[in-house]
Design a binder for this molecule. Sequence first.
Ligand code: PLP
Length: 443
Amino acid sequence: MTQSKVQRSLELYQKADRLIPGRTQLISRRASSFAHPISPIYTAHAKGSRFTDVDGNEYIDWVNAVTAIILGHADDAVDTAVKAQIDKGSLYSLNSPLEIELAEILVDTIPCAEMVRYTKGGGEACAVAVRIARGTTGKDKILFSGYHGWHDWYQSANFLADPETDEFPFAGIEPIGVPRVLAGTALPFTYGDLDGLEALLRENQGEVAAVMMEPMRSEPPAPGYLEAVKALSHAHDALFILDEVSSGWRLSPGGAQDWLGVTPDISTFAKSMSNGYPMGCVVGSRAAMEPAGRMFVSSSYWSEAVGLAAAMATITELNRRNSAARFKEIGEKLRTALQDAIASVGIAAAVTGVHTMPTLAIDVPDPALKKPIDTLFMQEMIKRGVFCATAFSATLAHTDADIAITATAAAESLEIVKRGLTGELDELLEAETKREPFRRLVR
Ligand SMILES: Cc1ncc(COP(=O)(O)O)c(C=O)c1O
């Protein structure tokens, strides 16, 4: 039997099974999220648009740490700022003046930001935003659409199993360990369905602290939709919160709210704000945020200065490198290159989605074959040194050469997918069909 190209990764993953419950820290980093066992699982080092796995294979990276890397891996400007901060100490007995400097940058950059609190991650920022919304309004319930992290306030929505189908709002996630008493305090609504949201607000009249949602993922909202959600929220004395942990920074350094022209009361950011160093924030209007001064919202590491320095350097570099225009350029080039690949193969497929997340949508007549076919595409791309899912997230380090290599790999992979679609799938698919860890409720 031939040795796997990712043998060391597979050995480490076996070891992790004994040592780490669930094997990985992020569900989306489980091997089952990619083309296991063809995909690498562990990285040795990364620079720019590429990473090298623990077996020494190099890949062009279109996943970019679930979009947390925005300038490119180990960006020189950010890492120089980080190293300088390390030499000055990362955590003090007192506060760091960088807290004020970064707050001023965020207030200048993000439309809704008048006041700022920090965290070290996105889910944590969402939990803080919910605490502030509940404290500011004196109400308990949160209506939400999208993914907002692992905390109890949010995962409690999974107790609202549909009695008919017994489906959880987030298929695949059981709320094990989440207190049952929280059931009914966070209620999901369907993105795009204004009538449904209005009905939910009426049913919970006087009890809703906030309507919280991802403004968009791969597709922009229908014109006027977010404005209408904001108006409905305010009509019910609820705060309107946009979770920009995923949508923030690439469309505009001011977030999707800046790009779409809709200003929420509160917004959460994390991931790309610090190019891979732990950092998150909750920003919002003075009226929404100021009451937080009387709430217990407090943690030792939220003052940690390496993350603050990384965020300041990242935002400075995004502005200096004219990031919004560059992301448009890179995204459109990639879209065109993938469309050319599709045309050259003559397969029924399209490139959908906004330029910050071009997505390859292969036309699979039998819905049961959709995931196996997507896995086959991923398997073949990864074999050719291109690490991707079907959605591609660029960094500013991605070059025309990276796009050209990706397009060639896509054409070759789609040739194989075409054969998979015409009866050869079982012979061609070496990987296990990828598993979606959860549904996000927002496209
Ligand atoms: C919109 C959104 N909110 C919250 C989170 C959670 O962020 P983190 O994984 O940093 O806790 C994510 C992560 O995928 C996200 O996409």
